[in-house]
Write a new protein. Structure first.
Length: 659
């Protein structure tokens, strides 16, 4: 079995050969695969530079000061620093010829045994200026090869844009180290440069002037393990039985076919996209602790349990009978929208069966469902999302609504995933990532998405493509167990220019008001909204890539047609009757006049433009509030209502009659 190394190490070696100092940033606190073993970055750097033959390896951080891997290195470093600092040369970059005398303090110490156990020898504590002044002196001489490693380089200053004089002096000394470092003149390292390595998990905290336009400094991003590295992890530990369960078979299943171990390792690598090595190791321990083996049947269950802490996912637990009757149940709550209901029921069957083009062994890393609900206001877009939540989870707590009118400003994008370190609100995390981390099995509704700033919409590109989003604290929220629903009224009302008031795009609802809903077929309605959505994303906000992610998941809701007014009103009246039964054991019978008056009222003015929401508002003003007032005046003692039946009607003048 071939071994590989973390891919960033190749860039590291190439830039060293070019005599450049390095800023290693990013995933520096993880463990990395190198020469077939996992090491932290300190172990890697110590071993790497010892093997190259560097005489001195010195490390520094603000807490422990200067540290050395071997006792003799400390005394040599101190001698070199004293001599260089006492030399009266105006230019420290001019080398002093080496003496043939063995007692010359410039003579290199004995070479270290690469196999020896590395020690950490700490010098007496010096101030940062003193420590870096000594480092500058030693790194500028060419006779003794040295590597200086600065740990926690992003913590040298509290603010990379504003800092006191002592912090500035420290950084200036470090920069002079990069400019004055000598090229080694003799020995097997001839041609290499005395090297400075700065480790910074957050590159933004390193002042740009330190590395910008400095040809002696290069940057290497220390990345998370790629797919090959994750596959290697599974091959390495799976072959040794270090996951829960038995060792996997390493022999090919058939000629020219992968072995069981190779097949599972490939699936493991796909499932753990974005994981750190420490995550992979924690996943291996989870396998042991929970007795979930790494196998072709259990790999996904293992990874999902690690991500979400739940063995069985609700989508796969939906019984076939519930899927079969989903259309009927949803039709009772969302009236007059058969095509929208058909779209979500197809999603349910796909989630239950699990076959997907974008899959990992039959499972997708993308959200379970992605929908863009567009249409007139008040026609059931939000209600369908809530009804779907009740159907799948039996609990509306799994439903989360985000009002996108709260994300109008460009900086509001940080509210979704959280502010970066050092900024206000960092400790709180992101509203969206917090929700998914807390409850990964959810239906997420982003209401009136067109009201959000286009920069906010960019956050959804990664969610829709990769099914994950990392917050400002480095926590990754996974969306592959969510359904994401965007709602929009794009194309319903006229779009006007805020400066001139002129109409940019004509909405459909004004035409409906003038001509009547029955003069517009669903095909015409669908074509109008599809065209307006495409124009909005491509021409209005320049986000064609987001439109491509949505694909054919744009679901157009039909107009509120007159024939559905009575059905929607009847649903609300049933809810009112149920409330009376639960509250007072009171029975309410509604007469046909209630629906007749309501239907006539909905034909007036702009009422149809507001859809089912207007039906509910009218019933509240015509029936609910007058009924409560009548009961209060007629039955001061509410306890005598139990067992009574009231008949409710509306007169032609829209006044309530109760008998």
């Amino acid at each position: 079995m071939n071994t590989i190394s973390a891919r960033w190490i190749q860039d590291f070696e190439k830039l060293l050969y070019r005599r450049q100092h390095l800023i290693l940033y990013g995933n520096i606190h993880d463990r990395f695969l190198w020469r077939g073993a996992y090491q932290n970055i300190g172990e890697f750097l110590n071993t790497y530079f010892q093997d190259m033959g560097f005489n001195l390896i010195v490390r520094y951080d603000q807490i422990d000061g200067l540290r050395f891997t071997q006792p003799e290195m400390r005394s040599v470093f101190d001698r070199l620093a004293r001599q260089r600092l006492t030399e009266r040369q105006p230019d420290l970059t001019t080398p002093t010829p080496a003496s043939a005398n063995n007692n010359n303090p410039m003579s290199p110490p004995p070479r270290a045994n690469p196999g020896a156990v590395l020690q950490q020898v700490v010098t007496p504590r010096l101030s940062p200026e003193e420590a870096f002044g000594n480092l500058r002196a030693v790194i500028s001489q060419p006779n003794t090869s040295i590597v200086g490693i600065v740990d926690l380089g992003d913590m040298l200053t509290a603010d990379p844009d504003r800092y006191p004089a002592e912090e500035r002096n420290t950084l200036v000394l470090l920069k002079k180290c990069t400019l004055e470092a000598a090229v080694i003149k003799e020995g097997e390292l001839t041609g290499y440069r005395n090297t400075l390595i700065i480790l910074a998990s957050d590159l933004r905290r390193v002042p740009a002037w330190f590395h910008a336009n400095n040809p002696f400094v290069a940057m290497v991003q220390v990345t998370r393990p790629n797919k090959d590295e994750r596959r290697q992890f599974a091959l390495r530990f799976g072959s040794q039985g270090f996951f829960g369960g038995e060792r996997l078979n390493t022999q090919p299943i058939a000629p020219n076919q992968p072995s069981e171990l190779e097949t599972v390792a490939e699936e493991f690598a796909d499932l753990t996209e974005g994981f750190q090595t420490m995550d992979l190791e924690a996943l291996r321990h989870t396998s042991w602790r929970e007795r979930i083996p790494l196998s072709s049947r259990e790999a996904l269950r293992l990874v999902d349990f690690y991500k979400f802490g739940q063995r069985d996912e609700p989508f796969e637990q939906i019984i076939p009978e519930k899927v079969a009757r989903a259309r009927e149940e949803l039709t009772r709550t969302v009236i007059g929208q058969p095509r929208a209901i058909a779209a979500v029921t197809r999603m349910l069957t796909s989630a239950k069966v699990g076959i997907s083009i974008s899959n990992v062994s039959g499972r997708s890393s993308k959200p379970k469902g992605i929908f863009f609900f567009v249409g007139p206001t008040g026609v059931g877009k939000t209600e369908l999302a809530k009804s779907l939540t009740r159907l799948i989870f039996g609990d509306e707590q799994a439903f989360a609504r985000f009002d996108m009118s709260e994300y109008k400003e460009e900086h509001a994008a940080e509210k979704l995933a959280g502010s970066p370190p050092g900024f206000v609100g960092y400790e709180e995390g992101g509203q969206l990532t917090n929700r998914v981390l807390e409850r990964p099995y959810s239906i997420l509704l982003f209401d009136e998405i067109e009201k959000a700033h286009p920069k906010v919409l960019d956050k959804f590109l990664q969610i829709l493509e990769d099914g994950r989003l990392t917050d400002g604290k480095g926590q990754t929220a996974y969306f592959n167990q969510t359904v994401i629903i965007f709602t929009s009224n794009i194309g319903a009302s006229d779009l006007t220019d805020p400066q001139t008031g002129g109409i940019i795009r004509q909405g459909i609802m004004r035409q409906v008001q003038q001509q009547g809903a029955n003069n517009f077929s669903y095909v015409q309605v669908e074509s109008h909204f599809q065209t307006e959505v495409e124009w909005y994303f491509t021409s209005r906000i320049g986000r064609a890539e987001l439109l491509n992610r949505l694909g054919d998941n744009i679901v157009v809701f039909d107009l509120l047609r007159p024939e559905f007014i009575s059905q929607i009103a009847d649903k609300f009246l049933r809810q009112l009757a149920e409330s009376a039964r639960e509250k007072h054991q009171l029975t309410l019978n509604f007469q046909p006049s209630v629906l007749q008056v309501l239907s006539h009222r909905m034909q007036r003015a702009d009422n149809l433009l507001f859809g089912g929401r207007r039906i509910k508002t009218l019933l509240e003003s015509l029936v609910e509030r007058p009924l409560n007032h009548w009961i209060f005046e007629t039955y001061p003692q509410l306890n005598i209502l139990a067992g009574r039946t009231l008949s409710i009607a509306l007169r032609e003048d829209e006044q309530l009659e109760v008998s």
